[in-house]
Design a protein around this ligand. Structure first.
Ligand SMILES: NC(=O)c1ccc[n+]([C@@H]2O[C@H](COP(=O)([O-])OP(=O)(O)OC[C@H]3O[C@@H](n4cnc5c(N)ncnc54)[C@H](O)[C@@H]3O)[C@@H](O)[C@H]2O)c1
Length: 489
């Protein structure tokens, strides 16, 4: 039987529900929006009117189209009004007890053929389905924020979902103008499982003092080309939501990389939840200033390592005197890895600073335990002179960018290898769900499998974190000389 979805219900018209109602109404479906009480219902109506009003102001909708969209939505506080809906999607808060209670009611109220969907970000769809007498007709339909804009919908089926239903819901998502990715029921699904693990890792590195908040943000934004750095994104998602999702991930995986960084718990307890409370990792009142631009006063510079000649020539062009390591005031070691061994062999190790050029916009400036603050500051200045943003960090394996990026890529390989999702689905989920410029497998191809494998080995040797060990599949591909994971038969 092919279902027809013409009348839909949306329960909870908050951040997500109002957007989801708009998406359905824009596609021509009749929508019944349900809220908990009259005040929340008015807020929900306001969200919809505001969002379509902005589209009108920007010329993306005509007055008539807007009226038509709003005319398709009925607002109510009574769940009983969902009796004849073909599909109901729930977008109430991320609390299992609330969702279970709601699905018990929906199962009683909705017609037997109706499909019940949850927009949960991380909770078990299987557990939600089990509260109903129709677990075969319960799926996850995970939209991204803001729902009218973001193209991705993760469609989640459970072991009890009827055959063919996930495909029908995916077809509905396409009708809404979205790109569906169908996956099974694992905590965090594709996007949040990969994304929150990376964000949490950034918080752990911050706590460990590897680098400061703005340096890590700049590293990932300018060095990798992500839309924003991890702390800006955590503040946008909400630290409470991020904490909850990580708890659910940890509960399922028992992987300590999913255990929320203590700083998240501290900020959440302090009520610093991110943008919605005016403060999280970033506080609104913080004074920001332009970076110093003064030319550093450095007598002479020595540049060592791969690419030294090119950098030395740029510095000479900028008017700096270059010299040998023994004679120079500052020694710059171009390296991807800790430089302390090199420093230990120098007569004046306090002058040695590690430098790793990433892409063409940033340079990681690594201070060893012996580096003087004068030398580090001088090298930051030199980095600005050659047109890059310095990312200050400690002298640890893979510094900042690769330390964050490689484990994320490794997680994507493990996810694929576990059979959970296909390469193309993981790539498009990360691009469409997070706005990333490329998916993890595209990034792997660009960086080279061997480079990433070797980087992971270095990270594992440094931090002894089990999940930093290269995924066996990655190791095997490198050993077999396969250049792209897509080349697998
Ligand atoms: N915020 C995001 O970025 C995001 C993204 C994807 C998925 N989600 C998921 O979407 C769901 C909703 O999140 P949100 O951010 O929109 O939350 P929200 O707090 O903005 O909105 C929830 C709404 O549900 C209403 N509500 C609560 N109980 C209700 C009930 N029993 N009946 C009817 N309405 C009820 C509340 O009044 C509120 O308006 C969660 O499961 C969340 O994990 C959120």
């Amino acid at each position: 039987m092919t279902r027809s979805f013409e009348k839909v219900g949306v329960v909870g018209l908050g951040t997500m529900g109002a957007g989801i109602a708009e998406v359905f109404a824009r596609a021509g479906l009749g929508v019944t929006g349900v809220e908990a009480d009259p005040a929340a219902l008015e807020r929900g109506r306001g969200h919809l009117e505001g969002s379509t009003g902005r589209a009108l102001a920007k010329g993306r909708l005509t007055e008539a189209e807007r009226a038509e969209i709003l005319g398709r939505v009925t607002f109510t506080t009574s769940l009983e009004d969902l009796a004849d809906a073909d599909l109901v999607i729930e977008a109430i808060p991320e609390v299992m007890d609330f969702k279970r209670a709601l699905f018990t009611d929906l199962d009683r109220i909705c017609k037997p053929s109706a499909v019940l969907a949850t927009n949960t970000s991380s909770l078990s769809v299987t557990e939600i389905a089990a509260t109903t007498a129709r677990p075969g007709q319960v799926v996850g339909m995970h939209f991204f924020n803001p729902a009218p804009v973001m193209k991705l919908v993760e469609v989640i089926h459970t072991v009890t979902t009827e055959d063919g239903l996930a495909e029908e819901v995916a077809a509905l998502a396409r009708r809404l103008g979205k790109t569906p990715v169908s996956v099974g029921d694992r905590a965090g699904f594709v996007v949040n499982r990969l994304l929150l693990t990376y964000l949490n890792h950034a918080a752990v590195l911050l706590e460990n003092g590897l680098a400061a908040r703005d340096d890590i943000d700049a590293a990932m934004k300018l060095g990798v080309g992500l839309p924003m750095g991890p702390f800006t994104l955590l503040d946008l998602i909400g630290l409470d939501t991020s904490y909850e999702v990580l708890c659910v991930l940890f509960q399922e995986s028992r992987d300590r990389r999913h255990a929320p960084a203590p700083i998240l718990r501290e900020l959440v307890t302090a009520g610093l939840l991110g943008r919605k409370t005016g403060g999280g990792f970033h506080r609104e009142e913080e004074p920001g200033g332009p970076p110093p631009t003064a030319k550093p006063s450095v007598g002479s510079v020595a540049v060592l390592g791969e690419g030294a000649e090119e950098l030395a020539a740029k510095l000479a062009d900028a008017g700096f005197k270059t010299a040998s390591a023994e004679a120079a005031d500052v020694v710059v070691a171009l390296s991807r890895n800790p430089v302390i061994e090199l420093a230990a062999g120098l007569p004046r190790p306090e002058r040695l600073v590690g430098l790793h050029l990433v892409g063409d916009r940033i340079a990681e400036v690594a201070s060893t335990a012996l580096t003087s603050s004068e030398a580090a500051r001088a090298v930051e200045g030199l980095v600005r002179i050659v047109g890059r943003t310095p990312v200050r960090c400690k002298d640890r394996a893979e510094f900042v960018v690769d330390a964050l990026l490689y484990p994320y890529l490794n997680d994507a390989v493990r996810m694929y290898d576990s059979g959970y999702a296909a390469i193309e689905d993981i790539d498009s989920a990360m691009k469409l769900g997070c706005g990333y410029p490329s998916g993890p497998f595209e990034m792997l191809d660009e960086l080279g499998l061997e480079t990433v494998r070797d980087g992971l080995r270095a990270l594992y040797a440094e931090y002894r974190e089990p999940s930093f060990a290269p995924a066996p599949l990655l190791d095997q591909l490198v050993t077999a000389g396969v250049r792209s994971i897509r080349d697998l038969p």
